[in-house]
Design a protein around this ligand. Sequence first.
Ligand code: NCD
Length: 321
Amino acid sequence: MQDEALSEAARAFRGRSVVSANDFTRADILAVLEAAGAFEGRAGGPGSTPQEPRLPGRVLGLLFFEPSTRTRLSFESAMLRLGGSVLGFADARVSSFSKGETLNDTIRVVAGYCDAIVLRHPNEGSARLAAEVSTIPVINGGDGSNQHPTQTLLDLYTIKKAMGRLDDLRVGFMGDLRYGRTVHSLAAALLHFDVKLSFIGPPSLKLPPDLRLEIEEAGRLGIEVESLDEVEDLDVLYITRIQKERFPDPVEYERVRASYRVDREALLPLGPELKIMHPLPRVNEVAPDVDTLPGAIYFQQTRNGVTVRMALLDLILGGGA
Ligand code: NCD
């Protein structure tokens, strides 16, 4: 893609909300990934060097109405590393939500306290709603089982780093295809690239029909099977946790829970080149003996979260300007 198209896409992030991966163009994705490259080695961890402050005096609001470790802390780390500050809450019970305040009102108030908001909320569509009433950019940190667009950006960054490309890839998604927002976001974003997407999961946890149709119509649908034994050629296997909290029926959760566990042995037939990803947290779907496989990149994936979120915040809040 032309450099000019990428810089144009990068500039267009300024002041913009990030609500859904469906809103991304190919240029948007490539622009963020390119910007993230500049923060490589500056996001913490061994050998990391400090980043010059690019967002001093800027404040990021972190409104988390659902549990989070990675998304909240990596956004916090990213903002602090850029020289900005954060405020917010990690538990809705300590906010006025518990007094009956609406999300709309909370957003309108917090928009007066900071420069951008990261929102995680159990209701699908909540981020879109928040972005509509907010006077500052809203970044969706996960809205129910719908979308998790910043996870997608870090997933794509991880794939690009591990494989050297985003085109000509066979990606398999395994686990909770129905309720897993990371699956929905990543599958939609991958449609901008030349990929084959396969899906492995129980019949009760299949992809939402509209997303499946979109993938099929794009000519990108690979196989849909119940077990990993039925899968052959994959470059990347993206495993997800069964989203217990989204199940209306706990009995159904118990039924599918045990059926999705991969260990080293189950992955061996897929070859040593296979990259194994997981947004984390894992519960019991990936055995610890998988961690030492050279293709197991889920802890690198989670580290990339800071790098990519630094880039995104920098683009949205105009750190380069
Ligand atoms: C995911 C989420 O919250 O959607 N976690 C994350 O942000 N890395 C995945 C999950 O909870 O299973």
